[in-house]
Design a protein around this ligand. Structure first.
Ligand code: ZN
Length: 371
């Protein structure tokens, strides 16, 4: 790499700025809802007091005290929002500053670029650890690398609590999250809430609580009738079968694997709502590099190169499997044993068996069998 293309580097991480921005947007919407709700309440109280010509002084004082209580409550709530917003604004400032650093660097050999790449590597590692559920380790790495403002540990910690609850077969926490994000989930046409409600219904059926299951279905499943008619029918049919049934689709409905599906769906929806990439940044960054190296020979066992990361089909080769091949205008001949480029300083040598290796191959890999 001879020049730094900052825009291309930044493009790899759309969530870097978007995540805190989305958090502020979410907070703004919540604040707006609270203000609107409390204003309507207070306005109604005042108007009904004005209309009431027989309002006693005591009753008037009582109404004023009630309004005052509401104003105090609202102001405390808004103060809390303000503090949380300040944290997110600080994150955005730090992140923009970090991106500006790369804009100003001109050479890939500059120490500023090395330092920036090191910070990015730490960020990418923290992101990977968080997605793997290793929150403690991620916190340590973030603290030691001084990048706490550049990673979204809080977001993953909250998500981990909900995932843990689902692992313990409790839908309550995830349903509360669905209520919190109702309008956005509706816009996304998410079926997460329905699937959670269906799971609660299944658990009632598993516990032989048929009547409770029917009441539950009437309250929480029927509102989805327009789009989930078939599955609601299956849910009601389920009540006629015990949990050890072999009959489909009821066997699958009783399957505990559904809990993992709920976790996966929550993850997908949560990442989409927070503008987080669905794949870890580590995979995305690695794939960007691997696509520049991938050749058709990488997956032909006898043509593999010891120095090519993709030729190791068990690790990085596996990650690069679905990537397009790299586009090379000029071919470079590389010795498959030494991994060195063959040119005038290291010419290709033809062996009697018809194979071609670079001249320096025996020097570099003299201990390799068959050379
Ligand atoms: Zn290769």
């Amino acid at each position: 790499m001879n020049t730094i293309k900052a825009d291309q580097i930044i493009e790899l991480e759309p969530s870097f700025i978007k995540v805190p921005y989305e958090q502020i947007r979410k907070s703004f919407r919540s604040q707006y809802k609270h203000i609107e709700k409390d204003t309507v309440y207070m306005q109604e109280k005042i108007e009904s007091s004005i209309r009431n010509s027989e309002l006693s002084v005591e009753k008037g004082i009582e109404t004023l005290a009630d309004i005052r209580k509401h104003v105090d409550k609202l102001s405390r709530r808004l103060q809390k929002f303000k503090e949380l917003d300040a944290v997110q604004i600080n994150k955005i400032e730090k992140r923009i500053k970090n991106l500006l650093e790369i804009e100003e660097v001109t050479s890939p050999t500059a120490p500023e670029f090395t330092a920036w790449c090191k910070t990015r590597l730490h960020r990418v590692i923290v992101d990977y650890l968080l997605r793997e559920g290793l929150t403690g380790t991620a916190q340590r790495v973030a603290k030691e690398s001084h990048i706490e403002d550049m990673v979204d540990i809080d977001l993953f910690t909250q998500a981990e609590k909900i995932e843990q609850a689902l692992r313990n077969h409790s839908c309550k926490e995830c349903l509360a999250w669905c209520t919190e994000n109702k309008s956005n989930l509706r816009k996304m046409r998410s079926t997460l809430e329905f699937n959670l409600r269906l799971q609660e219904h299944i658990e009632l059926a598993r516990g032989n609580k048929g009547l409770e299951a029917i009441t539950y279905a009437q309250k929480y499943l029927t509102p989805w009738n327009a789009t989930e008619h078939k599955r609601i029918g299956q849910a009601m049919g389920l009540l006629a079968y015990s949990s050890d049934t072999q009959c489909q689709p009821y066997k699958d409905l009783y399957d505990h694997a559904r809990w993992q599906e709920l976790i996966d769906q929550f993850r997908t929806d949560n990442f989409a709502l927070c503008s987080l990439t669905s794949h870890p940044l580590l995979s995305i960054t690695l794939q960007a590099g691997l696509s520049a190296l991938k050749t058709p020979q990488c997956y032909v066992p006898e043509d593999q190169n010891v120095n090519c990361p993709i030729c190791d089909n068990q690790t990085l080769g596996n990650l690069a499997e679905k990537l397009p091949l790299s586009h090379h205008v000029n071919s470079t001949i590389v010795c498959r044993i030494s991994g060195k480029i063959m040119n005038e300083d290291n010419p290709p040598m033809l062996l009697p068996n018809g194979r071609v290796y670079s001249l320096h191959v025996s020097v570099c890999k003299s201990n390799r069998s068959g050379v």
